[in-house]
Design a protein around this ligand. Sequence first.
Ligand code: AHM
Ligand code: MG
Length: 336
Amino acid sequence: HAADAHRTDLMTITRFVLNEQSKYPESRGDFTILLSHIVLGCKFVCSAVNKAGLAKLIGLAGETNIQGEEQKKLDVLSNDVFVNALVSSGRTSVLVSEEDEEATFVEPSKRGKYCVVFDPLDGSSNIDCGVSIGTIFGIYTLDHTDEPTTADVLKPGNEMVAAGYCMYGSSCMLVLSTGTGVHGFTLDPSLGEFILTHPDIKIPNKGNIYSVNEGNAQNWDGPTTKYVEKCKFPKDGSPAKSLRYVGSMVADVHRTLLYGGIFLYPADKKSPNGKLRVLYEVFPMSFLMEQAGGQAFTGKKRALDLVPEKIHERSPIFLGSYDDVEEIKALYAEEE
Ligand code: AHM
Ligand code: MG
């Protein structure tokens, strides 16, 4: 029976990726090992986030608890966990984290062929009120055996070999693409395993939700202003869109992926490059959107074609359903 098969033949994320990688004859399991270390980081952060209130993990970095122990803020802790997991995988050479100003270069004895860019705990301003937060990551391959440099990660998003995020919400979900579609896995807490629950996610071609921090509207440029006006007061007889904005990129993008619509973090007069970071926020989410059949646009070009010059560079971003992103592209094209 199919129902029995579901319960006894579990497609874990490790099994899924092993299956995928076996299609490449040259694969030696390195990617699977790397991913299992990322998964470990996600499980650790998930458990820490769930216990945050209880364990009094929340607080300013450097604060001490009643036992007089130094407490680490959850985002600092998450960063340490991911850096340690990635280095100890023995499969990485360069790491870029939102939490660290400089890139981490793995010592020669532990080096491997991958470079990982990540935001260990995105949306951390939402921790204290229990709103969903997440980890975002992107993976590049190192294509030489010389000493690694930041040039190895300052590459366009279209060169990423994999990208994903883990959302710490009402359930813990890991969404991954290795370039063959987008697949969602839900953590079964009793097994401690991510199980395939959302195979081959496709974003609807058009959605009825827009997602943006409208408090910045007075500083927007013309096309963004026109677009949001159109969402609220459509002139072509179509219904107005609903507004949903969590303020946590992982949650806002996850909803956009599943329900369709558009997520915007545009440029404004105060932040001409928007807020979100190219390497570990814009690229991974754009990679997933394209793999799910959607689009990601910067206001000037396809987001994945950006070539970052600095590891913490920012870019405006408009991503989501194919047809909705077409509309904002048309408005920017009119400007030129
Ligand atoms: P963070 O990396 O400091 O947590 O900021 C990133 C977050 C994203 O998750 C979210 O999309 C965005 O900031 C929200 O920004 P704003 O509060 O300006 O709307
Ligand atoms: Mg962030």
